[in-house]
Design a protein around this ligand. Structure first.
Ligand SMILES: Cc1cc2nc3c(=O)[nH]c(=O)nc-3n(C[C@H](O)[C@H](O)[C@H](O)COP(=O)(O)O)c2cc1C
Length: 184
């Protein structure tokens, strides 16, 4: 499976970091990376690791303004595009067809090619505009997977909460994992 993992500038870049670590350890998964300019600031603010360490976990990294990079074209065969976390700005652009950087363009490509697109918004509260844009993504075939961890698995720390969201996303991709405790 070949995936494009995009990190945008919402709070919760730890979700993107954790997903990248899990995917990079999976056999038969190739993961390419795009980090938005706003996300670079979030990484400095919220993570103990620097951007270079994240970049080293990916197969290829592309800059957000690299509009001629492979993921910008439908002829480049990615199985899925993930934006985690997804700012409501990026989500709204994707919902309205704006393709002004590599993250929004790759997402538009995934939708037009009928490939998997998973957006993980982190914002609260949500305006009518945000909600309508989420409906538009869903109607266009994308998956909106809000960063909403569940608490029934007796989480012991923040990483258990992060892993719940990451695990649900891996479920959507059909990848086997033991990242979160399932209801039994
Ligand atoms: C400290 C801080 C926290 C932010 N948190 C969020 C957030 O949780 N969700 C969100 O959608 N935007 C958030 N933003 C706003 C985005 O960073 C901003 O809309 C940015 O332009 C998004 O750019 P990008 O989507 O290209 O990464 C935050 C901004 C700052 C400075």
């Amino acid at each position: 499976m070949k995936l494009l993992l995009c990190i945008s500038g919402a709070s919760g870049v730890v979700y993107g970091e954790r997903l990248l670590r899990v995917l990079s350890e999976m056999e038969d998964v190739v993961v390419d990376l795009v980090i938005s300019n706003a996300a670079e600031q979030m990484i400095e603010l919220e993570l103990d690791v620097d951007k270079e360490e994240l970049s080293s976990l990916a197969h290829n990294e592309f800059k957000p303004d690299e509009m001629d990079a492979p993921p910008a074209s439908g002829s480049s065969l990615y199985d899925g595009v993930i934006v985690i976390p997804c700012s409501v700005s990026t989500l709204s652009k994707i919902a309205t067809g704006v393709a002004d950087n590599l993250i929004t363009r790759s997402s538009a490509v995934a939708l037009k090619e009928g490939r998997k697109l998973i957006l993980v918004p982190r914002e609260t509260p949500l305006s009518k505009i945000h909600l309508e844009n989420m409906v538009a993504i869903s109607e266009a075939g994308g998956i909106v997977l809000p960063a909403c961890p569940a608490f029934y698995g007796d989480p012991q720390d923040i990483m258990d909460l992060v892993d719940f969201v990451v695990g649900k996303l891996l479920d959507c991709l059909g990848l086997e994992h033991g990242v979160y405790k399932r209801w039994d």
